[in-house]
Ligand binder design. Structure first.
Ligand code: C2E
Ligand code: CA
Ligand code: CA
Ligand code: CA
Length: 276
């Protein structure tokens, strides 16, 4: 037993070391990727549920490795958050999104509202507001075209601090969306104190909407909540015509999902927009 125990421990330790060194390598690669600007933003269209007109895009990050492998955000955002690297990366994302918004205008497109995901760590960092206002100034974006997507986990921590911070952002003229709505533990009674413009109904409620009456009831309730609080609702992860029609029937305001388009590189987004 003793022997086995020791063998197991050695086995365990070897694996831990392997895990730790792989982790360290990934961390170093991410640091280098940040310095070399190996990240790119993709843009996913958001449309009006009735008219299907474009109402905005969500910026979604990808890591383009030198070996041309495309790494999705789920594989590196958690590590960036643990190491604090999310702060410089988040700043880069905001600046890049605002720069892109202006570039589309220069290329003759109408001004396109752009949504940017903000991580909780980034939002709580004390330099967040000055950084945000700097980027607005330097990029020249009209703040009403910028929308910040925050998750319930951000909003539910230290509500007094969060409300103050959100009000400041609203005073700057920036829009606010509550992302992945329904998956966290937000207290509905708190919602009215947050100056939100939009609730993003999580894709888990949209999936299988045509066969799942519970999801239908949840979405109906969120839309009703939005209406009474005068907050728009957008459904994400919409993949089928059936899902779209259900959401229309439930009077959800806006739609985002593969049914209209996957996230696209800027050039492909321009093609998508001009070919419609
Ligand atoms: P999210 O903010 O909930 O973004 C929606 C995710 O759903 C995106 O995955 C998008 O590509 C995917 N999606 C959109 N439509 C459909 C659909 O019809 N069907 C399916 N199956 N999926 C759809 P992605 O791009 O892999 O992003 C994953 C998560 O990574 C995002 O979830 C967001 O939390 C985070 N993320 C992405 N970019 C950033 C960023 O710049 N900063 C931060 N902090 N987080 C980011
Ligand atoms: Ca989002
Ligand atoms: Ca989401
Ligand atoms: Ca999500």
């Amino acid at each position: 037993v003793k022997d086995n125990g020791r063998n197991f421990y050695e086995f365990f330790e070897a694996n831990m070391n392997e895990y730790a060194s792989e982790r360290l390598m990934l961390e170093n690669n991410l640091r280098r990727a940040l310095a070399r600007e190996e990240f790119v933003l993709f843009y996913q269209p958001q449309v009006d549920s009735r008219t299907e007109a474009l109402i905005g895009v969500e910026a979604l990050i990808r890591w383009m490795r030198p070996n041309s492998e495309i790494v999705p955000p789920g594989d590196f955002i958690p590590i960036l958050e643990e190491t604090g690297l999310i702060i410089p990366l988040g700043e880069w994302v905001l600046a890049e999104a605002c720069r892109q918004h202006k570039e589309w205008i220069r290329k003759g497109l109408p001004p396109i509202p752009i949504s940017v995901n903000i991580s909780a760590i980034q939002f709580q960092e004390k330099e967040f507001l000055p950084m945000l206002s700097n980027i607005i100034k330097e990029s020249g974006i009209e703040p009403g075209y910028l929308d910040l997507e925050l998750t319930e986990s951000v909003v539910m921590q230290k509500p007094e601090f969060v409300i103050k911070q959100l009000k400041f952002i609203k005073e700057m003229g920036i829009n606010l969306s509550l992302d992945d709505f329904g998956t966290g533990f937000s207290s509905l009674s708190y919602l009215r104190y947050f100056p939100l413009d939009r609730l993003k109904i999580d894709q888990s409620f949209v999936r299988g909407l045509s066969t799942d009456s519970v999801n239908e009831a949840i979405i109906e309730a969120v839309v009703a909540l939005g209406k009474s609080l005068k907050i728009k609702t957008i459904a994400e992860g919409v993949e089928t015509k059936q899902e779209l029609e259900f959401l229309r029937k439930l009077e959800c305001d806006e739609i985002q999902g593969y049914y209209f388009s996957k996230p696209l590189l800027s050039e492909d987004f321009i093609k998508w927009f001009t070919n419609r």
